[in-house]
Write a protein that binds this ligand. Structure first.
Ligand code: MCN
Length: 795
């Protein structure tokens, strides 16, 4: 393990837990039905909330008549936006990321003046049963004055349409630039060739297994709100709910995230629905539960992507990339979600250098309001969109130069001795051995031989495609000062407590919040390694703001590096306190003690030893501690890393495309990922598998569609295509290990890597297969129909 963080590394105390493919301890309760999700929790007297949503994309709200609904059996109360306003709570759903010149319109719990996208919350019914609440929704009479709507981000700013918000007449929420435009112009003027691609990255809808849910319990006597919810970041939810929305201090709110069945970004955000659940409980003094239906999730969970982009690349004839210029219209939806501003700006434009040493980059992003569901970070957020652009540009550049696309990539890779590497897009990459990972991936498929086979098959009228994509991503946004400089209303740190109890077992209280990533296993591995224990000695607790003092949550592939980094630091501090107790009791200088398998022993006298679990007992007895030392054995750690981590890798897909039918068969998919030191290879492989599936989903299947009325057409599982396991090949995974030099355990994130890599890889493969048809690019999702249409001209 690397150790560049000041604390001593676990030099001789290695338990072997770090790096082992240990099975996920959390899976037994989850697979046997013992896992407790929000909807499984019931309190005496629980009522049920259903939300009436607008079926108009854009309309003035004329009136909301709730009388018939109120009169129904089992209905406890019906509330409108006016009721929320009258209650006097702050009633804002705040954005958490400011940008220069950002237009920040009001965002209320329930609409009062206009509805701005289909699905806008208009009224709330609380009833004794879920069925009574849903039945009553039908009896609310809402009158609208329909307004012209717009769903496309380019049309929103270029066509003469009524603004989504009066504050932004042209529907522009922000106009963002990054990079040096003069230097980029010069690079383009000097380059031998310039080529470009117009592309769309369609709207993606997250498909977590568990739809969002909340259970709120306002206790009148203590004036305390307990809120169970499907949260990726309970402390952030507590913060956003407290001041901006409900007007409560944080210590009056407890947010609990029990088991959460997947998030992929969609459960980061502070939506009106959970806030309304809490507010209703405060009004009624009774527990209130809201469980989204699947269609409600499609309509209201933040969508991802929605970019329309023109990218240009300037190249010399020898393949040197001289510059990249990108202009994007990013759809933000009807309201600003918390990180909806950061995702298409800082998280996107900064990664446009990819793995390449590109001297000049300029990117402009126009963030546009549209009459659609808000858009925010979806797995890969910003980085996925950026890597897609640069990888597509490299592919079209290779076509322009008639050069092998892998060769063009290779010629521009940042070399290992150039790290830390400052890109022209404002990031400083920590470490990387890009060519090594690329070589491993290409060797797996025997690239040169594969190209020969491709030529042979073309002779036979068969179309094999080989897609290669390199990616790097910025995971674990930090340090906090930088986040603040860029406009974030949250920090990049993470916090944890490592606590021995008097029986020698350990509890880790972590500020992150798992939704399936396996934190309970990997965090136990980190602590076991540092403390010389077995993972069975360690319990991991996440997702409760009353038990865990602080935290930032799980998103942006930050938990292993920032959360795990904090745990490692805390465990090292605990170990050092234990060492001082051991030295005192063994009557030996601290420096004379060695640590192995949890045992401190005097150098050269192994029989004079004390186990760290015995010391824990002593620490809580407090009878015989060094002079001035406080009893107990626990540490609270806040870790604010000095930089992001930059995972990377190369993915290769081999497909065969049948132009007559448009069918795409994936023959092989090889993923070589480098996420630094690997805590648990089995979990990392699982993350890579899931990520590839989602990337292939985006490339070949997924995409939200709106009809001419601005209604979401893809609002059910049989209307929104995600790949089935039978449509996916066996994934072949491999890894290289390039530790992050500044992270205490040398890890980099992995949770989003494969999603980022898989989309350009798949598109590259299909387009490569269609080279004989002069197809340079196809937009996602590449369906059999789009393949058939693209090749039709040749029939
Ligand atoms: N890990 C490891 N070795 C490393 C890096 C990570 O063993 N070098 C382990 C970690 O300890 C953790 C897992 O891999 O158990 C993912 O770690 P990390 O990359 O830090 O990502 P996070 O835990 O912060 O998870 C967030 C990331 C994101 S942003 C999305 S979106 C996503 C993803 O994880 N959503 C998921 N993976 C998901 N997996 C599941 N099952 N469900 C989701 O909703």
């Amino acid at each position: 393990m690397s150790d560049a963080d000041g604390a001593d590394s676990n030099d001789d105390g290695s338990s072997g837990a770090f790096g082992a493919a240990i099975e996920r301890g959390e899976d037994v309760p989850l697979l046997t039905g013992d896992g407790q999700y929000t909807d499984d929790i019931s309190l005496p007297g629980t009522t049920h909330l259903a939300i009436r949503r607008s079926d108009h994309a854009h309309a003035r709200l004329e009136s909301v008549d709730t009388s018939a609904a109120e009169a129904m059996d089992g209905v406890v109360a019906v509330f409108t936006g006016e009721d929320v306003v009258e209650s006097g709570v702050p009633n804002t759903i705040p954005t958490a990321w400011d940008l220069p010149g950002l237009v920040q319109p009001q965002y209320r719990m329930l609409a009062t003046d206009k509805v701005r996208h289909e699905g806008t919350a208009v009224a709330a019914v609380v009833a004794e049963t879920p069925h009574a609440a849903h039945d009553a929704l039908e009896r609310i009479s809402v009158e609208y004055e329909p307004l012209e709507h717009v769903t496309d981000p380019v049309e929103a700013v270029e066509r003469d349409v009524p603004p989504v918000h009066d504050e932004a007449e042209d529907n522009v929420a922000f106009d963002f630039e990054l990079g040096d435009s003069d230097a980029t112009d010069e690079a383009f003027a000097d380059a031998d060739r310039v080529t470009s691609v117009d592309l769309r990255q369609p709207r993606i809808i997250p498909n977590a297994m568990e739809p969002r849910a909340a259970l709120a319990d306002w206790e009148e006597t203590t004036e305390k709100l307990r809120l169970w919810m499907t949260s990726q970041n309970p402390h952030l939810h507590r913060m956003l709910l407290s001041a901006g929305t409900l007007g409560l201090p944080e210590n009056r709110i407890q947010v609990i995230a029990p088991e959460v069945g997947g998030g992929f970004g969609s459960k980061i955000y502070h939506y009106p629905d959970e806030a309304v659940t809490a507010w209703c409980s405060m009004q009624l003094g009774r527990p209130v539960k809201w469980q989204a239906t699947r269609s409600e999730s499609y309509l209201t969970d933040c969508h991802g992507r929605d970019h329309v982009t023109t990218g240009e690349i300037a190249l010399d004839d020898d393949g040197t990339i001289r510059g990249v210029r990108v202009e994007t219209h990013a759809g933000l939806g009807a309201q600003l979600s918390q990180f909806g501003t950061a995702t298409p700006s800082y998280l996107y434009a900064t990664i446009l250098s990819g793995q390449y040493a590109i001297p000049a980059i300029h990117c402009r992003v126009v963030g546009a309001f549209t009459n659609t569901t808000p858009v925010d970070a979806y797995r890969g957020a910003g980085r996925a969109e950026g890597i897609y652009v640069i990888e597509r540009l490299v592919d079209v550049g290779a076509r322009e130069l008639e050069m092998d696309p892998a060769e063009l990539r290779r010629r521009n890779l940042i070399q290992p001795d150039e790290f830390p590497f400052e890109t022209a897009a404002a990031l400083v990459y920590d470490s990387g051995e890009y060519e090594r990972a690329m070589d491993v991936a290409l060797e797996h498929v025997d690239y040169d031989e594969l190209r020969e086979r491709q030529d042979e098959l073309r002779e036979e009228g068969r179309y094999l495609g080989i897609g290669v994509a390199n990616f790097v991503e910025s995971a674990g946004l930090s340090p906090s000062g930088l986040a603040g400089d860029l406009g974030a209303q949250a920090g990049g740190w993470e916090s944890s407590i490592v606590r021995f109890d008097s029986t020698g077992s350990v509890t880790i209280l972590a500020g992150t919040a798992d939704q399936g990533q396996g934190h309970r296993t990997t965090y136990a591995q980190i602590a076991a390694e540092e403390l010389g224990l077995s993972v069975d000695d360690i319990d991991v607790v996440e997702g409760d703001t009353d038990r865990i003092p602080q935290g930032m949550g799980t998103y942006g592939s930050r938990s292993a590096s920032v959360g795990g980094g904090s745990i490692a630091r805390g465990a090292r501090e605990v170990r050092e306190k234990a060492r001082r107790i051991a030295a005192h009791q063994l009557e030996t200088p601290v420096d004379d003690l060695e640590f192995e398998d949890g045992e401190f022993h005097v150098t050269g006298a192994p029989d004079r030893s004390l186990h760290i679990q015995t010391i824990a007992h002593e620490a809580y007895l407090g009878h015989d501690l060094p002079e001035g030392m406080d009893p107990g054995l626990e540490e609270t750690n806040f870790y604010d890393p000095e930089n992001f981590t930059y995972p990377f890798g190369t993915h290769v897909a081999v497909v065969e495309v049948e132009p007559e039918t448009g069918e795409i068969e994936i023959e092989r998919y090889v993923a070589v990922d480098d996420c630094g030191e690997i805590i648990n290879p089995m979990i990392v492989e699982g993350q890579v598998h899931g990520g590839i599936a989602q990337g292939i989903g985006a490339a070949l299947y997924e995409g939200a569609a709106y009809d001419d009325e601005g209604h979401l057409e893809t609002r059910r599982m049989d209307e929104y295509a995600v790949p089935h396991s039978t449509q996916l090949p066996e994934f072949e995974t491999d890894s290289t290990v390039t530790p992050s030099p500044h992270n205490p355990i040398g890890v980099k994130g992995v949770g989003e890597s494969a999603t980022i890599a898989a989309t350009p890889t798949m598109v590259s493969a299909v387009v490569d297969a269609l080279e004989p048809f002069d197809v340079d690019h196809l937009d996602m999702p590449i369906t059999p129909e789009s393949v058939w249409r693209a090749t039709e001209g040749d029939r």
